[in-house]
Design a protein around this ligand. Structure first.
Ligand code: BEZ
Ligand code: MG
Length: 576
């Protein structure tokens, strides 16, 4: 038995645990797939509205409801409550009080039809002394969203598109980032690359980049000299360039706009303003980003060149330090400056996902080698994808931390194979070249506190809220065959994080096995809905065990083998 903790310490541990449970409970998850033409149900709509309502929208004079309620109750700002709720029970209670009033307001709004906004405003005035004039701008946005969610024109637009008719354009983004994406069923358009990063994205990114660096310093004792970063196209469309803005912040420059308000250059932020060294950022960029954001690739390259030329001490400018080291090793100046890498022109993806999911590797370093082979093409003004494998390897050899910005609640790191293909592939590439597996981090740029999580924490959060969460898997199972396939994808994508980053705790595999294979009733359901995916799921668990990612009981391994054999017999029509 461990020694009991002293009471003060015990209370802190319990509070921290409680806060982690709240994080799991409040995490937005898809409870089923999107069915084309179907609007979301009430529950989903309420969750979505609460999330939308938790952000200030100065362009519409709309304030975040949790902030209005906190202020109306005479408390600290909601941000402060969030920050302090893991260390103070009083703050935690206040935070819960604020959240419960906001939840009630959204329920009233949902139930109130056309009078919903005024009914919710009355509740907020009564319960938290929020003047209606202050809450109504936000509540009216929620009512508008609610109306737009219910007029689903996806099928109508599809059939009109198939007839070659005109489809109205609409912006592409996350609903929380930009509610103007509604109604759906429009012809999604992206952004002008010259607007990237937007002023709002740049402002927001200071906090995220700062939180990343602080966390690294706390855990590793010093700022990382070099960070390997993943930049995707869709994400930078949705966020108006948050990932790009974070890269600029890490290097310590800001975007400069010309007379037409186009971002065409960068300006150096003084070291006194940064209060920390400039980081060497090695950018690994998707093919989609490259196609959409040519001018942004040039901007990032310009930022690298500008920062490397600054006359600053090495300990305050790691980029300059590394470029000079590379030049001292005989690398020509122009080559030593290359930090923007993507696929060869016309190519996309890392193929790491195929290698991992098809079990086509023996040593993990093959995964990193494939990543480099696919991504070692240098881009800068006038240079469209020059193969530069050795230069990429030199840059990766200095990387201590890998990172990707996560900006939405709909697609997480185990929903698709692309996260492990990129961030995981990059991490393995760094491991071989730097001699150590880098620490990987992800941001949660939608959380009000610019949260940074380690990869391991993010995998745990995903597992708890999705593949091990009955609300999530029952939602999937309602879709029958494809629901089981989706569950299997999650298991395989979780496995992808073992293959590329050793980031999956053994208990996650234990619980996946208990939930889906050792529970006979669940196993029967999966088998009858989709025996192929059931077989793949069991085989993936066996592969995790066989490759040493999971130390399982022999009895469980034996059971998995039996299940695979049974399902194969079922698929081959063998009577038992
Ligand atoms: C992108 O938007 O850049 C992207 C999308 C899917 C997979 C990988 C990258
Ligand atoms: Mg895909």
């Amino acid at each position: 038995m461990p020694e009991p903790l002293p009471p003060g310490q015990r209370d802190r541990v319990v509070l921290r645990l409680y806060e982690q449970l709240l994080e799991l409970e409040q995490r937005l998850i898809p409870t089923g797939m999107h069915v084309f033409g179907h609007p979301p149900g009430d529950r989903q709509a309420a969750d979505m509205l609460r999330m939308v309502a938790s952000f200030d929208r100065p362009e519409l004079d709309a304030r975040s409801l949790p902030d209005l309620v906190a202020r109306g109750l005479g408390l600290a700002s909601y941000r402060e409550l969030l920050k302090e709720s893991s260390a103070s029970e009083e703050r935690l209670k206040q935070r819960e009080q604020v959240e419960s009033i906001v939840r009630e307001a959204v329920e009233i709004l949902l139930a109130g039809g056309t009078a919903g906004a005024s009914a919710a405003a009355a509740q907020l005035a009564g319960r938290a002394s929020v003047p209606a004039a202050e809450s109504l701008p936000t509540l009216n946005i929620l009512v508008r969203i609610l109306g737009q969610l219910s007029v689903n024109q996806e099928l109508d637009s599809l059939t009109r598109a198939l007839r070659g008719e005109y489809i109205e354009p609409g912006p592409g983004a996350d609903i929380v980032q930009n509610p103007d994406i509604l109604p759906t069923g429009r012809n999604t358009h992206a952004v002008s690359p010259y607007g990237i990063p937007s002023t709002a994205a740049f402002q927001k990114s200071e906090e995220v980049a700062g939180a990343l660096l602080e966390r690294c310093r706390r855990e590793q004792g010093a700022y990382p000299e070099a960070i390997g970063m993943v930049l995707w196209g869709m994400d930078n469309i949705k966020t108006q360039g948050e990932g790009v803005a974070q890269a600029l912040w890490l290097m310590g420059v800001e975007p400069l706009r010309d007379a037409m308000n186009r971002v065409t250059d960068v300006r150096v932020l003084p070291l006194e303003r940064l209060g920390r060294p400039r980081i060497d950022v090695v950018m690994t960029i998707s093919g989609i980003f490259r196609d959409l954001f040519g001018t942004t690739m040039e901007l990032l390259d310009k930022a690298v060149r500008t920062v490397a030329e600054l006359d600053e001490p090495s300990e305050w400018n790691f980029l300059r330090k590394h470029v000079r080291e590379q030049m001292a090793e005989g690398c020509p100046a122009g080559d030593a400056l290359i930090r923007v890498f993507s696929n060869a022109a016309g190519n996309y993806g890392t193929n790491v996902n195929f290698m991992v999911l098809d079990s086509q590797w023996e040593q993990t370093e093959q995964i990193g080698d494939l990543f480099v082979a696919r991504k070692c093409f240098a881009y800068r003004r006038g240079v469209e994808g020059r193969e530069a494998r050795e230069l990429m390897e030199r840059a990766l050899a200095r990387v201590e931390v890998t990172y990707q910005n996560i900006d939405n609640t709909e697609v997480g790191i185990t929903d698709v194979d692309h996260y492990f293909e990129y961030l995981g592939g990059l991490s393995r590439a760094v491991a071989k070249r730097s001699g150590a597996q880098p620490k990987a981090y992800l941001s949660d740029s939608l959380s009000p506190l610019a949260k940074i999580r380690s990869l391991e924490e993010t995998v745990r959060l995903e597992a708890r809220t999705k593949v091990l969460n009955p609300k999530w898997y029952e939602g999937m199972l309602r879709h029958g065959f494809s629901g089981v396939a989706e569950i299997e994808h999650h298991v395989s994508n979780t496995f992808g994080w073992s293959a590329t980053a050793d980031a999956v705790d053994g208990w996650i595999y234990d619980e996946i096995a208990s939930t889906y294979v050792l529970d006979q009733a669940m196993l029967d359901r999966l088998r009858s809905l989709n025996p192929h995916a059931t077989r793949s799921l069991a085989l993936r668990l066996l592969e995790a065990e066989g490759r040493g990612f999971w130390a399982s009981d022999q009895a469980v391994v034996d059971r998995l083998h039996d299940v695979v054999a049974d399902v194969e017999n079922q698929l081959e029509g063998v009577r038992q």
